[in-house]
Write a protein that binds this ligand. Sequence first.
Ligand SMILES: Nc1ncnc2c1ncn2[C@@H]1O[C@H](COP(=O)(O)OP(=O)(O)OP(=O)(O)O)[C@@H](O)[C@H]1O
Ligand SMILES: [Mg+2]
Length: 380
Amino acid sequence: MTDTAANGADGKSTVVVLFGGRSSEHQISCATAAGVLEAIDRSRFDVIPVGITRDGEWVLESDDPEKFRLDPERLPEVVDNGTRVQLPDSARHRTVSVRHADGRVEPLGEVDVVFPILHGPYGEDGTVQGMLELVDLPFVGSGVLASSVGMDKHYTKALLAAAGLRVAPGLTVHDHDWRREAEGIRERIGRELGYPVFVKPARAGSSVGVSKANGAAELDEAMRIALAEDDHVLVERRIDGREIEIAVLGARYGERARASVAGEILVDGAEFYDFAAKYLDSGAVRLACPAAVTGAELAQAQDLAIRAFEALGCEGLARVDFFLDAEGFLVNEVNTMPGFTPISMFPRCWQESGLPYPELITELIDVARSRAEARRAHDA
Ligand SMILES: Nc1ncnc2c1ncn2[C@@H]1O[C@H](COP(=O)(O)OP(=O)(O)OP(=O)(O)O)[C@@H](O)[C@H]1O
Ligand SMILES: [Mg+2]
């Protein structure tokens, strides 16, 4: 296909960069927007920046990377400026408009692709993806099913295990089970898993609610913390291994996904890669890329990453996180909208694999368009 075929008169495509959002990762998403707005190839793309406030208002934002740059003094945020961005009201056209505070409605253009750089619930979990599907707007990344499965660690593990991929031994405990039969669950954990265990909410990110319980005495507190974040939680055997990550880039229709070189999370000075290590205590964690792994280990991780990507039906992009222990690789989780600031692991892994950040953005948009066109041809 030729990428310019469906473009506007100037030969450019129009991309909505969608950021902010209702989840706790609102500010990280804004920082990512700064990176994308700065790096996106302006000779190929016209950009419509759309911010989602914490309350869920869709507002037209200024096309200004500076405004959203991560500054420890003032974390970036989308605030309600009175505008409202309106998606097409039918799948028959792709005109996105803005309603100004005075009620005036102005068309913003015919949108070719939406790039949702949203993390967590109401962004990475299939909800926004479903909304875009309804009005037939092509978008970067996974569709409804893979997004919602990837958001939930329990269902992710179930699908990965069904595809024959190794995952951490563990069990999923529902809030109501824990209230009714905690004693039986405690006994099972001791017998089937042994301590220490990791306890984590099924649908949280950034290590929020994750803790390590070194024995039965610490389990109740770990369960309380995790159940405050979600109604079902995973209790997993502690895996003693390195944390290795692979960035997967989805393919054009009919082609196979591609895997990057490996990155590694090196934690020293923290007990594990917890919230503080991720965002507060920058000295405790180092992202190494490329990771020091053998050629055989890299090939194996890349193969497993693509198998995990396909097992969940991912599209566009995903970061597949592994533990490497004495028995080999085991998949910890699949992130369908991984951290995407220029210094995040996903872009860094592709940079080290020969695809710099601006070209990575172009590739993601081109892949999304190619897949949307193939789907449309198939439906016709
Ligand atoms: N079974 C386990 N054994 C050893 N360490 C674990 C285990 N599960 C989680 N951890 C540690 O806890 C950290 C956070 O857990 P995990 O990656 O599963 O959730 P998350 O980081 O909250 O999710 P996300 O990466 O989507 O933000 C991991 O990076 C790892 O350091
Ligand atoms: Mg993680």
